[in-house]
Design a protein around this ligand. Structure first.
Ligand code: PLP
Length: 431
């Protein structure tokens, strides 16, 4: 018996919970554990299947967090797992100081499925790391330094990505940060035009702000951004870390407005939630720096054999099952239910919005987001408010969710809102 056999064989869920919480308290982060508990997200994941995740105790939940868009192809997609099992019989992850066949195959596939003339891919592990690559490429290609970003954006917390993230709480403790970043109001073209200077290298934007509160960019906003960037010889970077791979009803959210960025950043769902992978995909025109300096933006673990196989199998699954169309259909079903709930609870719900299966419900005050997360868990659904805006709860299920499961989630929202409404009424009476 190996240690893996031992770990997988343990079925006493009380023992697993005690041991895991102790290890978190003693060796991981006791404050993170407390926050998970407070947010009612202290689920220790056991079985994962389709649209659902099970606590080790066997409690079943529909996953409406999906790691903010990691599990587009479903939790523990068995088709992808079966392929990877075969690969693991013969491969390790692959050495990075060699030429990797699977990396070439994946880069070719990404060039085919990404919009316009996006062509080359540089691979890393996390979303933040790929944002850093995009910023480095933009600075190197334009020989300019400054990046225009959006207020309330989220692009990760690593070196060059952190200053791009539009919320101080992530940044202030680590100042001084790399200079050259400015933040302007999202969906406001004039704010961008008045911020451009001779030093501006790129504009960085999420086509739908995820952690900012599920805020879609207006279609003509992205079109105008493209025009302004062209006019001023500035690069346009789309962060499709949450929106990519079918989530919004198209393979990439950029397609809704028919705009091709110069660099598109992909992560999370790219490899089916089976193996870490991210990448920056960019046009041939801006590959000039890399051609001259092929080993200056490098890493050991990005684009390994196993990661690329996982991504190829994920893209195959998305295409074969037309998951973008499914996201659009199930998203529409969700949206009609959410609109009814908004009419039913007008004092609690300010707005419901989003695209495909990237949806959000905005509440009349911040405290309702965390309370909803708690109530939803009691009703068999896991969801969490957006990081930069606790008044918005996200609905980002897997894209394999079916009609019955959508209806189950809507019913759970109804029951949870009913309870919160009753709490509000009780509080109003006592004050
Ligand atoms: C839009 C967006 N960009 C970048 C990132 C950073 O990705 P990672 O956490 O993999 O570094 C995230 C993470 O949630 C994200 O939502």
């Amino acid at each position: 018996m190996s240690i893996i056999d031992d770990i997988l064989a343990e079925k006493d869920h009380e023992k697993i919970r005690r041991e895991t919480e102790t290890n978190y308290r003693e060796y991981v982060n006791p404050f993170a554990l407390r926050m998970f508990k407070n947010a009612s997200l202290d689920i220790i994941e056991g079985k994962r299947e389709g649209a659902c995740v099970y606590d080790i105790s066997g409690e079943k939940y529909i996953d409406c967090v999906t790691g903010a868009g990691i599990f587009n192809v479903g939790r523990h997609n068995v088709e992808i797992v079966d392929g990877l099992k075969k690969a693991m019989d013969v491969y390790d992850m692959g050495g990075w100081i060699s030429i990797i066949r699977e990396r070439g195959l994946l880069a070719k596939k990404l060039a085919e499925i990404t919009p316009g003339d996006l062509k080359f891919s540089l691979f890393c592990c996390g979303g933040g790391e790929a944002i850093e690559v995009a910023i480095k490429l933009a600075r190197a290609h334009t020989d300019k330094t400054d990046i225009i970003c959006m207020e309330n954006s989220y692009h990760g917390v690593t070196g060059f990505a952190l200053p791009a993230t539009g919320r101080d709480v992530y940044k202030t403790p680590f100042e001084p940060l790399t200079p050259g970043y400015s933040h302007v109001q999202f969906n406001n073209i004039e704010a961008v035009t008045t911020t451009i200077t001779k030093k501006t290298a790129a504009v960085l934007v999420e086509p739908i702000q995820g952690e900012g509160g599920i805020l879609p960019a207006d279609d003509d906003y992205l079109v105008k951004l493209r025009q302004i960037c062209n006019k001023n010889e500035i690069l346009l970077i789309f962060d499709e870390v949450q929106t990519g791979f079918g989530r919004t009803g198209k393979m990439f959210a950029a397609e809704h407005s028919n705009v091709t960025p110069d660099i598109m950043v992909l992560a999370k769902s790219i490899s089916g939630g089976m193996y870490p992978l991210s990448c920056a995909v960019f046009t041939e025109e801006i590959s000039d720096f890399l051609m001259a300096h092929p080993f200056t933006i490098i890493n050991s673990f990005g684009g390994t054999s196993l990661a690329c196989l996982a991504a190829l199998a994920t893209i195959e699954y998305i295409e074969k099952n037309d998951l973008p169309a499914r996201a659009e259909k199930m998203g529409a079903r969700f949206m009609s239910g959410l609109v009814i709930l908004k009419e039913k609870y007008p004092d609690l719900i300010m707005d419901v919005r989003g695209r495909g299966l990237m949806l959000g419900m905005e509440f009349s005050e911040d405290s309702i987001g965390p309370r909803m997360a708690f109530q939803l868990r009691q009703n068999g659904v896991i969801s969490i408010y957006t990081f930069n805006n606790p008044s918005i709860i996200r609905i980002m299920s897997t894209l394999v969710i079916n009609e019955d499961e959508v209806d189950f989630v809507l019913n759970a929202f109804d029951l949870s809102l009913k309870e919160i409404n009753a709490q509000e009424e009780r509080m109003a009476k006592t004050t």
